[in-house]
Design a protein around this ligand. Structure first.
Ligand SMILES: Cc1ncc(COP(=O)(O)O)c(C=O)c1O
Length: 381
């Protein structure tokens, strides 16, 4: 008799998270429905206060998505037609789409080979007379550790920083808190994020009172305080229901992030000393929130096949650089080659790291990943 195949360990925990929190989420949704305030109401204001307190930032403006929040942050900070904005070549397309949405041109910059975060020397070399902003991405949940150095060098050249923290809910680096070295930090609450809603939502966090005011007007057809439509804006509102769900989940975020870090440490130990499969380097220690636990492997397809055979689901973020995407690539400007991003796009693999893995699944993941890494190691062949 063939042995029954083990159930697949999912790479994302959304289904389990929603099942575990279902009664609390339904109760929160019920309260919104009963209030009749289904748009533009107190659930949004409440979560903005809570997220601001959590981050230690003066203002949070909730928006419809991470992409629209990033576009709003750029527009609110004065980026517009003809400006250039530097973005890392390895990120989610939304980073560059937001730049295009405000009429500016995204310029792709390479990433550092170890952390896969924006390469600071390459970014500083890419600054030109039209460069208005740089958007470092805290990829996979790791805050860019060189943000202070980057921000200081850019300030001298009149260029601002806007952080794409869409994958970095609660992440920290030494001497860096959100929006401390930037005009704003931008978050996505897409359902698979460390803090995600049901539906879509995003946020801009900023310490700048004036920018916050402009963002509120931008979100609401230009309405400023009492004056309806006095400024310029569009409709960037999230829903009340989305905000109410975020308030249910936020008190659990620290614990979830800690569970992700514990799992990451187990993988790190299982992979230590090998040469075929190695984790993307964590230089922020306990500040990393492991939205993704990502390893690199030259034989990626073979690694994924072995993990799939062992019942481990994997994913690839991102299989192509922004420049290699047929729809987006031609809209980006390039100032230099991006070999590190291109190499990474061929090697990166995400392993299950979410807080909803059972103890048995965590054990299985570490065992199967360790075995696959040893089997692919040239020294073992
Ligand atoms: C790095 C990065 N930037 C921007 C976004 C866009 O966020 P949203 O999907 O909420 O528009 C995401 C979300 O996946 C992201 O991971």
């Amino acid at each position: 008799m063939p042995r029954p195949r083990p159930a697949v360990v999912p790479v994302a925990g959304v289904v389990r998270e929603l099942a575990a929190l279902r009664p609390r989420i339904l109760a929160a949704l019920g309260r919104v429905l009963a209030s009749g305030r289904v748009v533009r109401g107190p659930s949004i204001e409440r979560f903005e206060r809570e997220w601001g307190r959590f981050l230690g930032v003066r203002h949070v403006v909730l928006a419809h998505s991470g992409t629209s929040a990033l576009a709003a942050a750029l527009a609110g900070a004065g980026v517009g037609l003809g400006d250039e904005v530097l973005v890392p070549a390895l990120t989610f397309p939304g980073t560059a789409e937001a730049v295009l949405a405000v009429g500016a041109v995204p310029v792709a910059v390479d990433v550092a080979p170890d952390t896969l975060l924006l390469d600071v020397p390459a970014a500083l070399r890419a600054v030109g007379p039209r460069t208005r902003a740089v958007v470092p991405v805290h990829l996979y949940g790791q805050v860019h550790p060189e943000l202070p150095r980057l921000a200081r060098a850019l300030r001298r050249r009149g260029v601002m920083v806007i952080e794409d923290a869409c994958q970095a809910h609660g992440a920290l680096a030494p001497g860096v808190r959100p929006a401390q070295w930037s005009a704003a930090a931008v978050y996505s609450f897409y359902p698979t994020k460390n803090l995600g809603t049901v539906g879509e939502a995003g946020a801009v966090a900023t310490d700048d009172d004036e920018l916050a005011g402009r963002l509120r007007a931008l979100r609401d057809h230009g309405s400023t305080g009492g004056a309806a439509h006095a400024g310029f804006g569009v409709n960037l509102w999230p829903g009340q229901l989305e905000a109410a769900i975020l308030s249910v989940k936020l008190p659990r975020l620290r614990g979830w992030n800690e569970a992700r870090r514990r799992m990451a440490r187990r993988y790190d130990r299982a992979l230590a000393g090998g040469s075929a499969v190695h984790p993307v380097v964590n230089v922020t220690g306990e500040g990393h929130v492991f939205h993704q636990y990502v390893v690199r492997c030259a034989a990626r397809d073979e690694l994924r096949r072995r993990l799939a055979a062992g019942g481990i689901e994997t994913a690839v973020y991102y299989p192509r650089t922004l420049l290699e995407l047929p729809g987006l690539g031609p809209r980006l400007r390039r100032r230099g080659p991006c070999p590190n991003a291109a190499a990474a796009a061929r090697e990166v693999v995400s392993l299950p790291v979410h807080p909803w893995l059972t103890a048995a699944e965590r054990r299985r993941c570490v065992e199967v990943v360790g075995e696959a890494a040893r089997a692919l190691d040239p020294a073992a062949r």
